[in-house]
Design a protein around this ligand. Structure first.
Ligand code: AMP
Length: 208
């Protein structure tokens, strides 16, 4: 059987609500940073939204890689591109979308600390209870036994492409893939979205 994880698909309203919760916590702690470090790729959009919310103009990036294609861990977490700008002497907030194992954020925090900042804190929108690293700020905790792959809006097409290809290997055809994604992943995907995916990924034919 194909590896098809349970998924949750938050919308932009959820993202906005979570970002607002995190921003409030940062403000309450009087910890608005001088620089936000956005972890690529998952932390890019949240870091830009938080920078906007908090009035932080300096945003730099750091690339961490851990998970390969959707919901498939890709060995140990590693930093594959360094900080895009200096952070020495700065108060820094490192931002990612979610902590799952926590390895990426732990590694990023260590890397940023070694660059000589005045303070380093971390923030994510979501935090899974099993994570070995607890961010300084997060909006919602997902209990470890409620683990799901979160299909964030900035990952939708990438996740759909990989999940649909896996489903098609088992049940070919757009309608069959659609049913499989609903039953196994809990994802209700519009038919036209799968038709779009089918332009670049072979989904096979529905039995006529
Ligand atoms: P981790 O090192 O396991 O904490 O996860 C690193 C990155 O992988 C996160 O920043 C996400 O971009 C992605 N990721 C890990 N687990 C999930 C999940 N359950 N849902 C969506 N994205 C995830």
């Amino acid at each position: 059987m194909a590896d098809l994880p349970r998924c949750r698909r938050p919308g932009w309203d959820d993202i906005d609500r979570w970002a607002s919760i995190v921003a409030r916590k940062v403000l309450a702690a009087e910890a608005v940073p001088e620089t936000i470090v956005g972890l690529t790729r998952g932390g890019w959009v949240p870091s830009r939204i938080l920078a906007d919310r908090l009035g932080v103009r300096r945003l730099v990036s750091l690339r961490a890689q851990h998970w390969g294609v959707t919901a498939t861990p890709d060995g140990v977490a590693s930093l594959t591109e360094g900080l895009s700008g200096p952070v020495d002497g700065h108060t820094v907030l490192i931002v990612d979308d979610i902590t799952d194992t926590g390895e990426s954020l732990a590694l990023a925090a260590k890397h940023v600390l070694a660059a000589g900042p005045a303070r380093v804190e971390t923030a994510t929108l979501l935090h899974i209870g099993r994570s070995s690293f607890v961010p300084t700020y997060f909006a919602e905790e997902i209990p470890r036994d409620a683990w799901a792959w979160i299909v964030f809006p900035w990952n939708y097409w990438e996740d759909l492409r990989s999940l649909a290809a896996r489903a098609a290997a088992e049940t070919p055809g757009i309608d069959a893939v659609r049913r499989t994604l609903l039953e196994r992943c809990g994802l209700d995907v519009p038919r036209e979205d799968l038709a779009w995916i089918g332009r670049t990924v072979a989904l096979g034919r529905d039995p006529s």
